[in-house]
Design a protein around this ligand. Structure first.
Ligand code: S3P
Length: 431
């Protein structure tokens, strides 16, 4: 099994440019493929998940130029109704975003497609997407009433539905927004706690038949989408490892440049500020996606609470926030975060087990965890559970560990951050 050893204690000092945003990179490919003409994107994330979406679209007849290592992709769209039946099953590896968003698009296609994934993806719940898509008229088959991949879908002309996005899932919302473009009558989606809104921004920029008023989204039949030329912002979920790592070690100072600052994604900054870190944000671009730089100065942090209404704005950052909480003075509580149990692994369980193994005081709760901060960790060997964010979070824990942390199962890091190790050592200083 692949492993990496991180020798603590250490601190961060210097500048990091995180890789392109994973959510935006998936959508860039999908919208590019459905538009009329050529789209060109820079800073595309060449992580495994986004490359799965890219291959899936190629299998459906889309021409995409990509020189590996360049971060530049050129997508020749075939229009909203221009996808072709793939020659075989489409394999989507570890990528929940690929399978859920593609299901939404395939619900509008008259051909049959089978989507499959790796063992982790095959255990993740899909009825949250397949149930409403069936209500719209798609035929979908798979184990447990189409809850688990492999899933076989045949779409066609759909009807609009009214849907309450109770899970505040951007993947569910996005799947239905895509499907809504193929439906007769409007599809209305209501959202009480906002999830990331990248799909909505693309829909608006592409000229779709789409409106939003607060948490009320309406999409109607759409026949044409405009192509794009854009630079994809750096991923704040990847930057999070450096933001939290610097914040929790006094004497650290880090500048994160060209990072996405979409307000539906910046919950981590609010939490780190509340915990006492020095955080300065400078916005350098507002549209189509806010972008800028973040400077973080480390401190002995204070414990805090993170509850349900804040979760969607930092859902992927919770593993590394649990690390920062484990080293903060006093108590911390994460609640309303049961969605963490159905990510690439059960991230409540993976983080609680691993943090305990390296010396943290943390208890598992059904919907989160309770933490009593300690001054330092003692190190040890941990298991990534094949989850990229668990692996990287434990690498960050090594900054406050008196002995090395051995992270077993590090191949998965390439899912979202192939250059993580290089970036880590470019700013790491032993203490
Ligand atoms: C994503 C949405 C989130 C997030 C995932 C990417 C997206 O999932 O955890 O990494 O790109 O829409 P949910 O929307 O299911 O919470």
């Amino acid at each position: 099994m692949s492993f990496l050893t991180f020798n603590g204690p250490g601190k961060f000092s210097g500048t990091v440019m995180p890789p392109g945003d994973k959510s935006v990179s998936h959508r860039a490919l999908l919208f590019g493929s459905l538009s009329d003409g050529e789209s060109r994107y820079e800073n595309f994330l060449e992580g495994e998940d986004c490359l799965r979406t890219l291959e899936a679209l190629r299998m459906m007849g889309i021409s995409i130029d990509h020189v590996p290592g360049s971060g530049v992709i050129t997508v020749r769209g075939n229009g909203v109704r221009g996808l072709k039946a793939p020659a075989g099953e489409i394999y989507l590896g570890n990528s929940g975003t690929s399978i859920r968003l593609l299901l939404g698009i395939l619900a509008g296609q008259e051909f049959e497609t089978t989507l499959s994934g790796d063992p982790s993806l095959s255990l993740r719940p899909m009825r949250r997407v397949t149930d409403p898509l069936k209500r719209m008229g798609a035929q979908i088959k798979g184990k447990d009433n189409a809850n688990f991949a492999p899933l076989t879908i045949r779409g066609g002309n759909l009807r609009g539905i009214d849907f309450d996005n109770r899970l505040s899932s951007a993947q569910v919302k996005s799947a239905l927004l895509f499907a809504g473009m193929y439906a007769d009558g409007p599809t209305v989606i209501r959202e009480t706690i906002a999830s990331r809104d990248h799909t909505e921004r693309f829909l608006k920029a592409a000229g779709a038949n789409f409106t939003r008023e607060g948490g009320l989204l309406t999409i109607g039949r759409t026949d044409n989408l405009r192509p794009f030329r854009a630079k994809i912002p750096g991923d704040i979920s990847s930057a999070a490892f450096f933001l939290a790592g610097a914040a929790m070690v006094p004497g650290s100072e880090i500048l994160v440049r060209d990072v996405g600052l979409n307000p539906t994604r910046t919950g981590i900054l609010d939490v780190l500020k509340r915990m006492g870190a020095g955080i300065e944000v400078r916005v350098t671009q507002e549209v189509p996606e806010p972008l800028g730089e973040i400077r973080v100065r480390g401190a002995r942090l204070r414990g805090t609470g993170v509850g349900r209404s804040e979760i969607p704005s930092l859902v992927d950052e919770l593993p590394v926030l649990m690390v920062a909480m484990s080293l903060a003075e006093g108590e911390s509580l994460v609640s309303g975060a049961e969605e963490l149990r159905v990510k690439e692994t059960d991230r409540i369980r993976s983080m609680v087990r691993n943090l305990k193994a390296v010396g943290a005081s943390i208890e598992e709760l059904p919907d989160g965890c309770f933490i009593r901060g300690v001054e330092a960790l003692r190190g040890g060997a941990i298991d990534s559970f094949a989850d990229h964010r668990t692996a990287m979070s434990l690498a960050i824990a090594s900054l406050a560990s008196n002995a090395p942390i051995v992270v077993n199962g590090t191949d998965c890091i390439a899912t979202s951050y192939p250059d993580f190790e290089r970036h880590f050592y470019s700013v790491f200083k032993p203490r």
